[in-house]
Design a protein around this ligand. Structure first.
Ligand SMILES: *Cc1c(COP(=O)(O)O)cnc(C)c1O
Length: 374
């Protein structure tokens, strides 16, 4: 059994994907081909955002967003401590300081009340300038942007939505990757919408941001390509990846996202009595990058994970270590908040297989096995 069965998806979409790849090879526009433009237009429309800029990966997308906002030394950027490393790494790379914020125990997303407190404390200390907030749509569920905006508006701070796992999720029908002043996503193969290599995208309604980020992604180009007006990056999505993403995106839009939600509901039903299953607030829809249980203890998790492994059922721990405990951030003394919720989650979460091609029999087998080895 695969944790995420990408080969199964390829079997289903093989003809379209192979045709798309063959066309790129025939055309010979390996960088900046028509598929890249088409994909960006379709993604922008799907998310309900004015501009989409594709780029090399989700980490670059964050870096370019941070550069666009002008984040640098002496700035404080507020980041949930329960996330993938790139959400924080990119901040440090720009020379700014991460202020790690605890998450909500049920949604796993940044806690807006604790964010408010953290911003106020940074202002009071007067050492760093609050510059922006990174809100992560963890495991596919959008962060609570209504609550977050109330806080960030109070301080006049922009939000970067790290939608690397969130693409396809929504709040009251409004799609993820539309909630940030700038939003980013990743097409790493295992994400809800993935390519066959690395890829990413950036979304914004802001014309100036879009122009600046388009320049930053291509060596700081000016209006003429060989007049470079700023120091930038080489961050492009290549045409082959765009050609692979187009049919995958259409399948995602037409049925995969629905199927992911059907599978999550089946798990809810089969596991809800025995386990703490994922909490999706009213009006929110997840794209189920992960289906994550909260177990009783680290010991129980270890026991269950081992027993499942013996039955050939793969599980993953996302994430075992919060950002504020990462070795790379050793010596950071700006953990103002109480980060207990995230620390507790790191000890107790367990993600089980979820992907749109998981059949009923396998869902039942996984659920039954989980209950048996509890
Ligand atoms: C995967 C991921 C990223 C980075 O995306 P890459 O395409 O792998 O660079 C950033 N943030 C989060 C939350 C992620 O899950």
């Amino acid at each position: 059994m695969q944790f995420i069965d990408l080969k199964k998806q390829y079997q289903v979409l093989k003809e379209q994907i192979d045709d798309g790849i063959a066309k790129v090879l025939d055309d010979g526009h390996y960088i900046g081909g028509g598929e890249v433009k088409q994909l960006a237009e379709e993604l922008a429309q799907y998310c309900g955002v004015k501009h989409c800029l594709t780029c090399a990966n989700g980490t670059d997308a964050l870096t370019i967003a941070l550069r666009c906002i002008g984040v640098g030394k002496g700035d404080a950027v507020f980041v949930p401590t329960f996330t993938f490393f790139a959400s924080a790494e990119t901040v440090a790379l720009e020379g700014a300081t991460c202020i790690f914020v605890d998450v909500d125990s049920r949604t796993f997303n940044i806690d807006s009340a604790k964010l408010d407190k953290a911003i106020a404390e940074v202002i009071e200390q007067g050492k760093l300038t609050p510059k922006c907030v990174i809100a992560v749509d963890l495991f596919g569920q959008p962060a609570d942007f209504t609550a977050l905006r109330k806080v960030t508006d109070k301080y006049g701070l922009p939000i970067i939505e790290d939608g690397a796992q969130g693409f396809g999720g929504s709040i009251d029908g409004k799609k993820a990757c539309s909630f940030g002043d700038i939003s980013t996503t990743s097409f790493f193969p295992a994400k809800p919408l993935g390519c066959y290599g690395d890829g990413g995208a950036i979304f914004t309604d802001n014309d100036e941001y879009f122009a600046l980020m388009s320049s930053l992604a291509v060596h700081g180009k000016g209006s003429y390509k060989y007049d470079n007006v700023r120091i930038g990056y080489n961050s492009r999505l290549d045409t082959l990846q765009a050609a692979i993403l187009l049919p995958k995106f259409h399948a995602f839009e037409q049925y995969e996202l629905k199927d992911r939600n059907v599978i999550a509901s089946k798990y809810d039903e089969l596991l809800g009595k025995d386990f703490v299953t994922p909490y999706v607030p009213q009006g929110f829809e997840s794209s189920w990058a992960q289906y994550t249980l909260i177990l009783d203890s680290a010991e129980q998790r270890e026991k269950i994970q081992t027993a499942l492994k013996d039955k050939g059922i793969p599980t993953m721990i996302y994430y075992p270590i919060p950002m504020h405990k990462q070795t790379a951030f050793k010596g950071y003394d700006f953990n103002l908040d109480d980060l207990q919720v995230a620390e507790d989650l790191c000890d107790r979460v367990l993600s089980i297989p979820i992907h749109p091609y998981l059949d009923d029999e396998t869902i039942e087998l996984i659920s039954r096995s989980l209950k048996e080895c509890k």
